[in-house]
Design a protein around this ligand. Structure first.
Ligand code: PLP
Length: 538
């Protein structure tokens, strides 16, 4: 495709995208296809001779689109939302046009500098303390692709910090990783890559890795324990699994609204320490996936403050954006989040934050914790700006080398919506969820019940057990089958909660959803409950 071909194809694609949005509500919400459907339409290998663009584009619409579930559909109420905005789409288009791996400041200064600024914008929008911003000199962060990537990255840093604190024979490098202004490092930064000793910079990467690995061999790593709760997203268990470390899911109860208490954490730590284990990380959650629960951060930070080897990460992948709403900050424990015991915080702007997938800003109190664990600088990655200590190279704060230019979409979206528009989006979707909740509570035959305190834009419900011997688990699985059969009309998702069992989640998040969509879906859900019950009891 040449430039003029792209101009024409680009205009046509934007037209088709506009038509797509205009027709979203008429489309089946969920893809109505069977596994393997695509192999009938796509050849088993790439064509030898290139094909005409019109043909390729048409195939996208006729072959691929039927297998797409429309997460932007007004009746998509499943999982958590994955918002899209036109501003975000345009940013992604611009990013694609300059395709750029942005690993060092020098490979595209704007990529690094905009990201540092946007992490600060997001931090300020959420009310995070100055310590989590680059302007503090040591704080700030990076934008990664997912909450899972964030958890793994932070776990690597937490492991390194814990081992360093416990093994004086392997002291941390003395270099600082502070910044005096955007993209610059402290004047006493003496090496190209924050966190690496001067001897390591430019050294053979295998040697560097092996030298660092030596400290894992003392047996300490096999004793490290990561904590979360039974409600923590799999990001924790997966990070522990990848690193070969133990993950302990602490119990939470329906009575405490599935919130981790300080007492439960303290008891688990005491038990592990008595067994010779080393607590190194806790992932606390604000807004769990199954019920939107908030761990008891004021109690948790008091416990964590007594254990200097413990890294406290807050996963607010879904609900974190609500810290932009002053009226929710107390309930979300902003004071505790900003206390010195919290090492890192992350939310996904690509969920409810109007920014296209993928966009997970990670805020840390000390960027040096990441770079000390993750930077390796062979000669081919050295630059004169980094050698002079004038810049921050974001590759040193992450696992991969190359990185997407994610900050552009944050910049476009936050400028275009403004903080006021961003907050309005959150408040509007929460009001719609409240509406669904009140319809459900007012339902006449009383077949349904809410099983967890509704939070954010999430309502978790199920069919009530009725009569002696009613198998509520089977009843709700049958109800779920009946709901799922209507996935062309609406999408909900299933979960299970301790002491409740199988239940159903309804989450509003799409900017396309209006009151009448919620009412229409409520009617279908209520009718389904009646027909499931009629079938079940007979
Ligand atoms: N944390 C919570 C609370 C979530 O709800 C989710 C996904 O829904 C995640 C983490 C995982 O997000 P990601 O897909 O960005 O890894």
């Amino acid at each position: 495709m040449d430039i003029e071909g792209f101009r024409k194809a680009g205009y046509a694609a934007v037209d088709r995208i506009c038509d797509y949005y205009a027709s979203l509500a008429e489309r089946p919400v969920s893809a109505q296809v069977q596994p393997g459907f695509l192999s009938a339409s796509i050849p088993t290998s790439a064509p030898e001779i290139g094909e005409a663009w019109e043909r390729i584009d048409n195939d996208y619409h006729s072959v691929i689109m039927p297998g797409i579930t429309h997460w932007q559909h007004p009746n998509f109420y499943g999982y958590f939302p994955c918002n899209a905005s036109f501003e975000g789409a345009l940013a992604d288009l611009y990013c694609a046009s300059i395709s750029n791996p942005g690993f060092n400041w020098s490979v595209s200064p704007s990529v690094t500098e905009l990201e540092i600024l946007m992490v600060d914008w997001v931090g300020r929008m959420l009310g995070l303390d100055e310590a989590f911003l680059s302007t503090s000199g040591t704080g700030g962060g990076i934008i990664l692709g997912s909450a899972s990537e964030v958890a793994l990255t932070v776990a690597i840093a937490a492991r390194e910090r814990c081992i360093d604190r416990l093994t004086p024979q392997h002291p941390m490098p003395t270099v600082h990783n502070g910044m005096n202004g955007v993209g610059s490092l402290d004047a006493d930064q003496d090496v190209a890559s924050a966190g690496q000793s001067a001897a390591e910079v430019g050294a053979d990467a295998t040697l560097v890795a092996n030298t660092r690995l030596a400290k894992w061999r003392g047996g300490l790593p096999s004793r490290l324990v990561m904590y979360g709760t039974t409600q923590t997203h799999t990001i924790a268990a997966k990070a522990a699994l990848i690193l070969g470390l133990d993950f302990r899911a602490l119990p939470v109860s329906a009575e405490s609204s599935y919130s981790l208490s300080g007492a439960t954490l303290a008891a688990a730590i005491a038990e592990d320490v008595a067994l010779g284990r080393v607590p190194f990380m806790l992932i606390a959650t604000i807004g769990t996936t199954s019920s939107g629960a908030i761990d008891n951060l004021p109690e948790i930070v008091e416990v964590v403050a007594k254990h200097p080897t413990l890294w406290l990460h807050i996963d607010a992948a879904y609900a974190g954006v609500c810290l932009s709403l002053p009226e929710l900050r107390a309930e979300m424990h902003l004071d505790a989040i900003n206390s010195a015991a919290v090492d890192s915080f992350s939310t996904n702007l690509h969920k409810w934050g109007l920014v296209q997938f993928d966009c997970s800003p990670l805020h840390v109190r000390d960027r040096g914790d990441l770079s000390r664990a993750l930077s390796i600088t062979p000669t081919y990655l050295r630059t004169k700006q980094a050698d002079a200590g004038n810049v921050l190279d974001l590759r040193n704060l992450q696992i991969s080398l190359g990185r997407r230019f994610r900050s552009l979409k944050v910049w476009f979206v936050l400028r275009s919506y403004g903080l006021e528009g961003f907050r309005k989006h959150l408040r509007t979707t929460m009001q719609l969820a409240n509406h669904f909740e009140s319809l459900l509570r007012a339902d006449d035959p009383g077949l349904l019940e809410i099983v967890a305190q509704p939070r954010w834009a999430l309502v978790v419900f199920r069919m009530k057990p009725k009569g002696e011997g009613c198998d509520v688990e089977q009843l709700n699985k049958a109800f779920w089958d009946d709901l799922e059969a209507q996935s062309a009309h609406f999408v909900l998702t299933q979960t299970s909660l301790p002491e409740v069992g199988f239940c159903i989640r309804f989450v509003v998040g799409s900017p396309q959803t209006q009151r009448h969509h919620v009412e229409q879906t409520w009617k279908l859900v209520a009718q389904t409950a009646r027909s499931t019950w009629a079938r079940f009891k007979s």
